[in-house]
Design a protein around this ligand. Structure first.
Ligand code: C5P
Length: 286
C-alpha cells in the first residue's frame, strides 16, 4: 500500500505575542493561511517494524531529528503499531524559513500514517498528537485559513483567503526561532489588530487584510538582519500592496492583487535574492 500526501507551506497574515507564559512559551494570536508551495511525501507500508526516511534534499536530517520521523515514532509508540513505513520526503519549501515546512511535513505524515496504519483518528486527535511535537503542527493539519491561539495549537478555521498573488523571498541567512522569541520585548512592541484581520478574512476583504497585517517578531528579526528589512522595502517599492515577514523569518512575503504587478515584484526581487517564489493561496477544500 502506498499513499501520497502534500504538505503546503503557511504564511502568517498576523502574528501577535501577548505575554510570556510560565512554561516559557508565548501566548499567541496568529492568523495563518496555507499557500500553494508544497513538499510531497510518499508513504509505503512495510510489514517490518521500522521507520525508514529518505529526504530528497541536502542538509536535512533523515533520522530522529526530523519531525516526520518523530511523527511516525509517536504514532507507533502511542498505538503499539507493529507495521512499519518507508517515507520519501520531496522538499520544495525553503528550510528554516518561517514557512512551517518541517511542521507541515510532520502534519502530512500524521495524516498519511492515520490512513496507512488504519488508525481512524479524527483531525482533532491528530492535532493533539501534533501539538506534542511542535506548536505549528495543529494548524498545518487543518490547513486553509485559521486563527491560532494558545501557544499556536488552538485552531479556529476561517473562510478561505481572497484570491491574490503571493511573492515570497528568502534571504540566505538562518534565524533561530527560540532566539527570536527570547529577544522579543512583548511589553514594548506595537501589537497587530488580530480582530481586524479576522474580520477582514470573514468579509473576504483583500484591502482589510492589507490594513491589518502585522508581525511582532519583525521587531527582532528586522533589526538583527537589515537584509530582511531591505527585502520588505524593495517589495513595496516594486508595487506590492503589502509585505510582511512570515513567522520568525527570514522569509518575507508580498500580497499583490494584480498579476502584472506581482510579476514585477517577483522579477525585481530576483535581483536581490536567490530564493524567490510566485504563488497563490492554497485552494484545496478542507
Ligand atoms: O513549539 P515549537 O517547538 O515549534 O517552538 C519552537 C520555539 O519557539 C520554542 O522553543 C519557543 O522558544 C518558541 N515559541 C514560543 N511561544 C510559542 C511558540 C514557540 O516562545 N507560542
Amino acid at each position: 500500500m502506498k499513499i501520497n500526501v502534500k504538505a503546503p507551506a503557511k504564511i502568517n497574515l498576523s502574528l501577535d505575542a501577548l505575554y510570556k507564559r510560565k512554561d516559557n512559551y508565548h501566548e499567541l494570536e496568529m492568523v495563518m493561511t496555507t499557500i500553494d508551495l508544497a513538499d510531497r511525501l510518499q508513504l509505503v507500508l512495510l510489514e517490518k517494524d521500522c521507520i525508514k526516511l529518505d529526504v530528497k534534499a541536502h542538509f536535512i536530517p533523515d533520522d530522529k531529528r526530523n519531525l516526520v520521523y518523530q511523527a511516525a515514532a509517536l504514532l507507533k509508540e502511542r498505538f503499539q503499531i507493529k507495521q512499519g513505513v518507508a517515507i520519501t520526503l520531496d522538499k520544495s519549501i525553503p528550510v528554516a524559513a518561517g514557512l512551517a515546512g518541517g511542521s507541515s511535513d510532520a502534519a502530512a505524515a500524521l495524516k498519511g500514517l492515520n490512513q496507512l496504519w488504519d488508525l481512524n483518528l479524527s483531525l482533532e486527535e491528530l492535532a493533539d498528537l501534533g501539538a506534542e511535537l511542535g506548536s505549528d503542527i495543529p494548524f498545518c493539519l487543518y490547513g486553509g485559513t485559521a486563527l491560532a491561539t494558545g501557544r499556536g495549537e488552538i485552531i479556529e478555521p476561517l473562510p478561505m483567503m481572497p484570491n491574490c498573488w503571493i511573492v515570497l523571498a528568502k534571504p540566505s541567512i538562518s534565524v533561530s526561532t527560540p532566539g527570536v522569541y527570547r529577544d522579543l520585548k512583548v511589553g514594548e512592541v506595537k501589537h497587530p489588530n488580530t480582530k481586524g484581520m479576522v474580520q477582514a478574512i470573514q468579509d473576504g476583504s483583500f484591502e482589510g487584510i492589507c490594513d491589518n497585517i502585522g508581525n511582532v517578531l519583525e521587531t527582532v528579526t528586522l533589526v538583527k538582519h537589515p537584509e530582511v528589512k531591505r527585502i520588505k522595502e524593495k517589495m513595496l517599492e516594486f508595487g506590492a500592496d503589502t509585505a510582511l515577514m512570515s513567522g520568525s523569518g527570514p522569509t518575507v512575503f508580498a500580497l499583490v492583487k494584480q498579476y502584472s504587478r506581482a510579476k514585477r515584484v517577483y522579477n525585481g526581487l530576483r535581483g536581490f535574492c536567490e530564493e524567490v517564489y510566485l504563488v497563490r493561496p492554497w485552494q484545496e477544500e478542507r
